[in-house]
Every structure is written in C-alpha cells, then in structure tokens.
Design a protein around this ligand. Sequence first.
Ligand code: GRF
Length: 218
Amino acid sequence: MSDKLRLGVLISGRGTNLQALIRACADPDFPAEIVLVISNVASAAGLERAEDAEIPTTVIDHKSFNDRRTFDAALDTALKEANIELVCLAGFMRLLTDDFVEAWRNRMINIHPSLLPSFKGLDTHQRMLDAGVAIGGCTVHYVRPEMDTGPIIVQAAVPILPDDDADRLAARILEQEHIAYPLAVRLIAEDRVTLEGERALIRDGAPSAAALVNPGGN
Ligand code: GRF
C-alpha cells in the first residue's frame, strides 16, 4: 500500500476543485491520493470527473435521511470504511453537524471563494462587488463548527476589475482556487502545517512578500 495521504473529497456540484485535486494527484510525486468521492447529489457533474479518473464514488443523498445527524453518520461510516485521513470539502453544499465536524477536527478542510474572515457564506462574488472591495480571493482552511471559520492554510488574492460581474470575478478566483487547494493538500500531506491555537503555521512555505495593489498606477 502506498504511503500517500488518503483523501476523501465531498462534492455537490460541478467539481472543478475536485478536478484540480485529481490533476495534482496524477503526479507520481504528489503526496496524496483521492480514495473516495462522495456526493450528496446523484446528478453532480463532479461524479463523472471522478469516474473518468477511475476513483470510487458514492452518492449519499441527504434527502433519504430524517435529519442531519443520521446523514452525517452515513458520511462518517463511508469515510472510515475507506480509511480516509483527510476530508476535502469541495463545493459540498450541506451544513455539517458540530459532532461530525469535531470528529474530523484538523482532518477536514474546505475551500471558500473569499479572503476569510471577510465574506463568509454564499454569493460571495456579488457581495464583494456590492461592497466595492478592490481585492478578493479564496481561502483553504481547516473546518470548525461555525461556518467558514477555522485555521487558514492558504489564501490567494485576486484583483477586482472595473468590468467585473459576479461570473467574471468568480472565474478569476476559481483559477486561483485550483492552485490553492492542491497546495494546501500538499502542505498537510508533507506535514508542514502545525497549529498554534487557531493559527496555522507553515514550514518552508515560500512566503510571498509581493503586494497586490489595485488599482495600480503612479
Ligand atoms: C467553489 O467556488 C468553492 O470555493 C466553493 O464552491 C465552489 C465549488 O466549485 N466552496 P466546484 O464544484 O469545485 O467547481
């Protein structure tokens, strides 16, 4: 058996972040492998991406459970049966119970399309535009019971341009999501992330000192 970190990826939709992880894992030197993809939606396009990559998939439809607790218990069982070591939420559109989140504490990460702790929740791109911020981005973080909180592992900053609408901004941020998510997985798999309280410290992380000024100019 390989000594790669065993990932379980949870999706609900199109799965482009899953695709970015699949691509990263295809590199023999990448220190993690996707062992299982779980979707709560049978028609999620991401399932096809997993099947194309010959990764086992499971659909656990939340609608066939009475409550969140029993749904989460089914997720937990599937993840444990596959010996998952790190759960990656990638566009997984269900709120998880506190018990589930605590059971996977520091073994579950999420990607969110904003520079947290700003713009938690849904519809981030339009809200960034409405707020008039000049820089947006994305965040990969460990999951805590409160939505879109938890130690930050990787962030990428993206300028917001005058002609942006929510779709154009989302596309620009998504490109960075596809870089940030595999990077965060790599850092964890290489044991380079330690927590000091609720702060993630990264060893040998090649920190970038470059500033992004938007608008630029002179
Ligand atoms: C991404 O924008 C991610 O940040 C958010 O949900 C979206 C999922 O997109 N959590 P995809 O399914 O990975 O394409």
